[in-house]
Design a protein around this ligand. Sequence first.
Ligand SMILES: Cc1cc2nc3c(=O)[nH]c(=O)nc-3n(C[C@H](O)[C@H](O)[C@H](O)COP(=O)(O)OP(=O)(O)OC[C@H]3O[C@@H](n4cnc5c(N)ncnc54)[C@H](O)[C@@H]3O)c2cc1C
Length: 317
Amino acid sequence: MSAHLMGEIVASDLKEILGGLGCEVRFEEYLSAHTTFQVGGPADALALPKDEGELLELLERCRLGGLPVTVLGGGANTLVRDGGVRGVVISLARGFRSLTLREETKDRALMEAGAGVKIPALVRFAVEGGWEGVECLTGVPGTVGGALAMNAGTADRFIGDAVESARWIRFSEGGVERLPSEDIRFGYRSALFPEPGLVSSVVFRLARGDKDQLRAFMQKDARARRERQPWGLPCAGSIFRNPPGGRAGLIIEALGLKGHRAGGAEVSRVHGNFIVNRGGATASDVISLIDEVKREVRRRNGANLVLELQVIGEDLP
Ligand SMILES: Cc1cc2nc3c(=O)[nH]c(=O)nc-3n(C[C@H](O)[C@H](O)[C@H](O)COP(=O)(O)OP(=O)(O)OC[C@H]3O[C@@H](n4cnc5c(N)ncnc54)[C@H](O)[C@@H]3O)c2cc1C
């Protein structure tokens, strides 16, 4: 690979800085393969640590080498721009999969989940044990780390409601600490940490529930999602946050914007707040469509839609 400039660091230096690490590192890895939108350019380096030891070693190298770090979970709420991401993208989705129950009493339990645990596996584990607390995440794709960072959930119940604490690593120091939920500021589709860092595992508070009722809730939710969300097409969940007192999807639908297209990107015909990749969409197609929807909603409805989607990386030069 020819050395190319990425800010102050050239690609050959990047290989040297990251050489000999315990964890798998892929250079020039296309992130379209790591996001549910299936869109996006390459990361200079994608690092896939399997455990905390590998992660801490990697972060130390990035810190010493002055490399910018971006965290990616399951890529279910992320759009990567076509020019890709400079520096190191860290994905915990290949490791950090442990899922255990502890301090279990008749009525309560704590469940610890690695940041790379897939949300459907988390929900199934709790529900099959007859525990309630995380069933509001039924049908939400992605990982525990990403869901926590997004405070994922439904319109009125969020993952943050069930969090006891998170195991957290500051980028600035690299030490591991346990953050009680009071130290994480959960908001609507957001979680603010004391400073930039990443979560390696989360402890949830669960209460004894009725397994049959929980299963019935999950089935009902799955049916509703099949009816009201695009099925089988690459997408990244809700594009916009709901404005106060309104639903972004309904506003977009009322303005007749469902089905609008830019290149391979289309406002879903099923749900106005989803954009789907109809095949060959670029990030620039998605961003053009987002801009058009925002403009039309502002002009005709007055609402100022704000992105829920996380957009990372650079445009093509
Ligand atoms: C079909 C579909 C339906 C969806 N339905 C819902 C829904 O009902 N409710 C809902 O809330 N969301 C929904 N989403 C959005 C998405 O599933 C959630 O936001 C999800 O939890 C994101 O998890 P992820 O691991 O994919 O995060 P990513 O998209 O990979 O990352 C999201 C953010 O989290 C950060 N992050 C990731 N891992 C970590 C970590 N370990 N530590 C710190 N930060 C981290 C990233 O840096 C990024 O800022 C849906 C998405 C799709 C595709």
